[in-house]
Design a protein around this ligand. Structure first.
Ligand SMILES: [Zn+2]
Length: 290
């Protein structure tokens, strides 16, 4: 449904590939994606909302970095299509997940199949980095039992809206702290020796939500996770209906805006239908477009 994209950038003169692959599609309540209300009012609003958004992608990002292959999030798996899938998570979670979201995932969409098509052997993947612990970001984890899984310690210790019963039984992530700073982000951590792949704290959607920045020779790329659902939300200061901390979301938007004013920045939310195109076209976040 969504076209995969492979784009070439360079790091210290060396060409590198960045791939966007969609592991299926998701639709949410329109007021879940965006709301003028906050907190419980916003939650009540989307629960009562009868309209769903159009299908949105579930992007996974693959970076063929000189230090190894990094995968940002793992996308969905086909089991999500089954109404039985959420039963183990209890009545409330089962109700939320079967009434508030719609999924369309085929076996060919899953990350392991996508890697095969790209000719990438998953055994050589250097690390899987999770922006947060929501279902549609962790459901592909079961393909990576041997891989280092990187999670923000804060997200692991204070998750929000996660379904741990659906985690692979072997999951023991490498928990990182964001105890350095990078450009406009006061909480960050370097993921490569070259300090060009950086986890940055972008709270809002969850307390410990993080995004991943890649510094290339010509621009920065922000693999944004679910800080918002499409680019205009951050340029027009419009928030989703499901922020656990609005202060956090506002500070994340402000940090992204400040970075985009310093550096050419490609902004890639996990469910943005136009993100693949912007990656391929090297299209930068522009706050002046109005
Ligand atoms: Zn999420």
């Amino acid at each position: 449904m969504f076209k995969n994209v492979s784009a070439t950038f360079s790091i210290q003169g060396e060409p590198i590939q960045v791939h966007a692959v969609s592991t299926g599609a998701v639709a949410v309540k329109t007021k879940f994606r965006e709301s003028r209300k906050k907190g419980w009012r916003a939650q009540l609003d989307f629960l009562l909302d009868k309209t769903f958004t159009e299908w949105m992608p579930i992007w996974v990002w693959i970076i063929e970095h000189p230090e190894g292959i990094f995968i940002i999030d793992t996308g969905e798996n086909t089991r999500v299509n089954s109404p039985e899938y959420f039963k183990s998570s209890g009545m409330f979670s089962n109700w939320i997940n079967t009434t508030q979201f719609r999924f369309q995932v085929s076996r060919a969409d899953e990350i392991d199949q996508q890697l095969i098509r790209l000719g990438i052997d998953k055994s050589i993947v250097h690390a899987v980095v999770l922006t947060h612990l929501h279902l549609d970001h962790v459901d592909g984890l079961y393909h990576f039992p041997e891989t280092r899984i990187v999670v923000h310690r804060r997200e692991w210790e204070k998750p929000y809206g996660n379904l741990p019963k659906l985690y692979p039984y072997w999951l023991q992530p490498d928990l990182i702290t964001l105890d350095t700073s990078y450009k406009t982000f006061s909480q960050a951590q370097f993921l490569t020796k070259a300090k060009d792949l950086i986890a940055v704290h972008t709270p809002g959607h969850t307390y410990g939500h993080m995004s991943v920045l890649l510094k290339t020779d010509t621009c920065h790329i922000l693999f944004a996770g679910d800080i918002c659902y499409y680019e205009e939300q951050v340029t027009h200061q419009r928030f989703s209906g499901i922020n656990v901390t609005y202060k956090g979301a506002e500070s994340s938007y402000a940090n992204i805006r400040a970075l985009a004013q310093q550096e050419p920045l490609i902004f890639l939310p996990s469910h943005d239908a136009n993100a693949g195109e912007r990656l391929a076209g090297h299209a930068f976040l522009n706050f002046d477009r109005g």
